[in-house]
Design a protein around this ligand. Structure first.
Ligand code: UD1
Length: 421
């Protein structure tokens, strides 16, 4: 298992290029099951999660080739398989994105129940509610979900859950509805940029979708979909993580090939903390100011502050002046980074849904354990400002979602080494 060894950094300086969005890419890949024609994806990040989705689809008979870096061709014309097995779903929950397309296209799907994960229960009731309202019959047995449908029919479906909209349920039901008979209206739909990206590609494939990016999406079902060539949007969480890396080290970083509009809530908060942000169409310039004041933030569905940036801002709060209060409203147990940040010497504790951080605290190096993808990113950020040399274990979590992280950080001046143990 690999680990990172990271030395305390001076100010990060230079230019970094953002990769394609992992979360978008996983949905776009699953959408290949909706058509017999070839699908070509560009700006595909080279990540463990993308490779896992490749295995899920190949297991069903989808032909997938990576003709050049960043380009993926998917051909579902000979796909017969209907099953996403436990062995793959347990590695990556988003494997269940095959549910919607398989139900719509093949009338059958068998997907292992994803179960809980490091950041909470993560139920899939809204996915199943949506598919069932389109006319699918759903049963569970032996840890698997079985979905059957002779034909799906459009319906008015409210996808609002206890914590607001669901990205995953919106992805699954949107894909299924493209091939349903009649009109489907999704209310309480997620408005994340990844949904807009998916809708954009589905439209290029011949789907009739309106309203993506708002909480009401209308889909008029069509008889079949064709192929398309599509470029994955930039990863907004990677963008935000590099912005925090610049801010926490007092750095000056140009973040290229990103979409500044998608990280507005993150850059707004950084600006409030005195960080200078300059935006161009595809570039963000992040230049740290002086001392940062403490802050409050609450995670919320897009366009609110992303839960996937919460852990990174906990790391930043350790260097801010005063008491910061960070409220997690999406995933109840997304606090695993708290005890690891404390190992660096951070004054941080959990109180209900809130994480309270007192700063600024000089951090000192420590061996720490990554627990989930974004928690791991927070540990890397803390290591950048911790005295000495920190070891971050279990970095396979980072490899799931950050492409060539050590290469990109090294180019910005970080002394970072990957060691295989
Ligand atoms: C996606 C992202 C993840 C991000 C999250 C929230 C992918 C592959 N993952 O995860 O990185 O952190 O959005 O922005 O895109 N819920 C239910 N019932 C359901 C589904 C969800 O109650 O059937 C709840 C969840 O427990 C959570 C909330 O809804 O409290 C939002 O979850 P959701 O948006 O579905 O997250 P994911 O799609 O799993």
């Amino acid at each position: 298992m690999d680990k990172f060894i990271i030395q305390k950094s001076c100010r990060l300086k230079g230019r970094v290029r953002v990769s394609g969005a992992k979360n978008s890419c996983l949905a776009l890949m699953a959408a290949s099951l909706l058509t017999d024609e070839p699908l070509e994806l560009n700006n595909v990040p080279n990540l463990v999660d993308v490779r896992t989705m490749t295995r899920v689809l190949e297991n069903m008979g989808v032909g997938i080739s990576r003709s050049e870096p960043g380009k993926l061709s998917l051909d579902s014309s000979r796909a017969e398989g209907l099953k996403a097995p436990y062995d793959l779903v347990r590695k990556m929950r988003a494997s269940y994105y095959v549910l919607g397309p398989l139900t719509a296209r093949k009338g059958k799907a068998e997907v292992s129940l994803p179960g809980g994960c490091a950041i909470g229960q993560r139920p899939i009731d809204l996915h199943l509610k949506g598919l069932s309202m389109l006319g699918a019959e759903i049963s569970t047995s032996g840890g698997y979900i079985y979905v059957r449908a002779d034909r799906l029919n459009g319906a008015r479906i409210n996808l609002t859950g206890q914590s607001g909209s669901s990205v995953g349920a919106t992805v699954n039901v949107l894909m299924a509805a493209t091939l349903a008979r009649g009109v489907t209206v999704l209310e309480g739909a997620a408005a994340e940029p990844e949904i807009v990206d998916l809708a954009w590609m589905l439209k290029a494939m011949g789907a009739k979708v309106e309203g993506a990016g708002t909480d009401v999406i209308t889909i008029e079902g069509v008889a079949s979909l064709g192929g398309a060539s599509h470029t994955v949007i930039p990863d907004r969480i990677e963008t935000g993580t590099f912005a925090v890396a610049a801010a926490i080290t007092g750095g000056d970083v140009v973040i290229a090939d990103c979409c500044p509009e998608h990280v507005q809530s993150v850059t707004d908060l950084l600006e409030n903390l005195g960080v200078k942000i300059e935006k161009a169409r595809k570039t963000l310039l992040v230049r740290a100011g002086g001392e940062m004041p403490a802050f409050e933030l609450c995670t919320a569905p897009y366009p609110g502050f992303p839960t996937d940036m919460q852990a990174q801002f906990c790391a930043l709060a350790t260097q801010a002046e005063g008491t910061s209060v960070i409220e997690e409203n999406i995933f109840e147990h997304r606090t695993l980074h708290v005890s690891e940040l404390a190992r660096f010497g951070a004054d941080i504790k959990v109180s209900g849904r809130k994480i309270i951080v007192r700063g600024p605290t000089p951090l000192s190096s420590a061996p720490v354990m990554a627990s989930d993808l974004r928690a791991s990113a927070a540990l890397v950020l803390a290591a950048l400002v911790a005295d000495g040399s920190s070891e971050i274990h279990r970095i396979y979590h980072l490899d799931r979602g950050y492409e060539h992280l050590e290469v990109k950080l090294a180019r910005l001046g970080v002394k970072i080494m990957r060691v295989s143990t």
